[in-house]
Design a protein around this ligand. Structure first.
Ligand SMILES: Nc1ncnc2c1ncn2[C@@H]1O[C@H](COP(=O)(O)OP(=O)(O)O)[C@@H](O)[C@H]1O
Ligand SMILES: [Mg+2]
Length: 503
């Protein structure tokens, strides 16, 4: 086999944390090699080492059979390595062409040669079947297109080893399909592609080979055609995963009702355009949508973080439209915020204090105004154990937890409140498959016991797997309501982009 890349025996310590443990990884021209693993398995670390953003503690890298030293992304680019990160690194005010050629601008008599840049980008796009308008401003491009710009940029620099770090996490299903087609096409053109993902059906669709990692080690190296989703998740998690079992919903009375919520945005364009919804006892109502279409505003309005310009919100029949966040909590609303780094937790405070944040007034946690320390410790310890939160101790600052572990902690806290309503925003973003399975089953259990859940997630599979009813949000309004039976990916995707496919 024609080896483009070989990483041999790569070990990486971060302080006393072993992020990569004697990892071997290779890539041939013309192949798509998926790198899978739970959050924190060490995938990004391995690829950052390849791209010169991190130095391996030991091990070596060979490109086309020759051992090389890569100390910076510039070195990596020289060796034909390109990486598309999870967070894009584009200049939004500039055009697609300007972004693609940035750092290698063609010039004419010392001036930026825009015509040539645009022509180059057009050629490149034709060759690699990337649909892009070189003159469009990046700021006006949706996420899927921005990602394509990143890929074009990597290609423009001549990369033949292309690393995509969780490229589908931010995309709608239709965009995912386009991306996977692009990836296949690039491989056919002789590029070697590494795709990091934990969505296993994507792996099965696009990859030739798969390397699975767990806790820094390689746990499996397989041909995609010889494996399946079950085997891969076992290699990632170290055990079998159960799929969510959801008995039919038996909805009871209305718990949360929003009536014609209206919120004006900048420039007079509504952020929420007369949004109404109801969530009943014993049901999970899922809101699907590409992020940025009003979901955050809706959540903030419902939870009391953002006053609305019109409409009414009631909880258990009581008007809560003008209540504060705290008052709403006391009235029976539990909330897992989208942004747990900032609104869901207090980073410098301890894990223990975060675990009771907003709940320290619960009677079991205080007596005569005094916090009951031991009681709290015991309770928090039990959550940490039950939810498998990885933390050095209860006294460690919350910011020392990984995103996934912090999420588990916030989830445990909100669920333990036993409120009649749980609003869950992106409840599994950034958590690994094992934790995702657990969170999903806990949500369903809560709903089976009569809890009302409003679930907002940009992960469509999650919405489809959990919801008893699905509302699709686009441009500040609901574009449709579907039952789980009617809601196939295609239908929901179309509603998610307002019914028409944007390019
Ligand atoms: N800069 C860093 N400093 C300390 N620890 C880190 C750093 N980057 C990653 N880690 C730790 O290394 C482990 C692997 O992380 P990462 O490679 O990002 O995992 P993955 O991409 O598979 O989710 C995690 O436990 C993470 O917390
Ligand atoms: Mg990663």
């Amino acid at each position: 086999m024609n080896k483009l890349l070989e990483m041999r025996n790569i070990t990486k310590w971060y302080g006393d944390h072993l992020a990569n443990d004697r990892v071997d990884f290779d890539l041939a021209a013309g192949e798509v090699h998926a790198l899978v693993g739970e959050n924190g398995a060490g995938k990004t670390t391995l690829m950052k080492i390849l791209y010169g953003m991190e130095r391996a503690t030991s091990g070596e890298i060979a490109i086309r059979g020759e051992v090389v030293r890569i100390h910076s992304p510039a070195d990596a680019i020289r060796h034909g390595i390109g990486m598309v990160h999870q967070h894009f690194m584009l200049f939004p005010p500039f055009t697609v062409a300007e972004n693609v050629v940035a750092g290698r601008e063609p010039s004419r008599q010392g001036w930026f040669d825009r015509r040539r840049a645009e022509a180059d980008v057009r050629d490149l796009c034709r060759r690699y079947r990337l649909e892009l308008d070189p003159r469009r401003r990046v700021a006006d491009c949706p996420v899927g297109i921005r990602q394509r710009v990143e890929i074009a940029k990597v290609l423009y620099r001549g990369a033949d080893i292309i690393v995509l770090d969780e490229p589908t996490a931010v995309l709608t299903p239709l965009e995912v399909r386009d991306l996977l087609a692009t990836v296949r096409h690039l491989a056919e053109q002789g590029k070697g592609i590494v795709i990091i993902t934990h969505k296993l059906h994507e792996v099965m669709e696009v990859a030739d080979r798969v390397t699975a990692m767990r806790q820094g080690r390689v746990t499996g190296r397989l041909l995609a055609r010889d494996t399946n989703v079950e085997e891969l998740s076992r290699l990632m998690v170290g055990r079998e995963l159960a799929s969510v079992v959801r008995p039919p919903a038996r909805p009871g009375p209305v718990v949360l009702a929003a009536d014609s919520l209206f919120l004006l945005g900048e420039g007079g364009k509504p952020k929420l355009n007369h949004v109404s919804l109801a969530v009943h006892r014993g049901e999970i109502v899922g809101i699907a949508g590409v992020s940025g279409n009003g979901q955050s505003e809706l959540l903030r309005a419902l939870t009391g973080d953002l006053p609305v310009d019109g409409g009414r919100i009631s909880l258990l029949g009581r008007d809560i439209t003008h209540l504060s966040v705290r008052e709403r909590r006391l009235a029976g609303m539990a909330y897992i915020p989208e942004d747990r780094q900032h609104t869901g937790s207090a980073g410098v405070e301890s894990v223990r204090d975060n675990a009771i944040l907003g709940h320290h007034r619960r009677p079991e946690f205080q007596r005569c105004g005094w916090l009951r320390g031991r009681r709290i410790d015991r309770e928090v310890e039990s959550w940490v154990r039950r939810f498998g939160v990885r933390t050095p101790s209860l006294q460690a600052p919350a910011h020392s937890l990984s995103g996934g572990n912090l999420q588990k902690l916030v989830f445990a806290r909100e669920l333990a409140a036993g409120a009649p309503l749980l609003i869950a925003a992106e409840p599994t973003r950034g958590v690994d498959v094992g934790a995702m399975e657990f969170i999903h089953s806990e949500l369903v259990k809560y709903r089976n016991e009569g809890g009302a859940v409003l679930l907002v997630s940009s992960d469509l599979n999650e919405v489809l797997a959990l919801s008893d009813r699905i509302l699709v949000m686009y441009d500040g309004a609901f574009t449709g309501e579907l039952s789980p039976e009617e809601a196939d990916e295609e239908r929901v995707s179309l509603l998610m982009v307002g019914g028409v496919r944007s390019g």
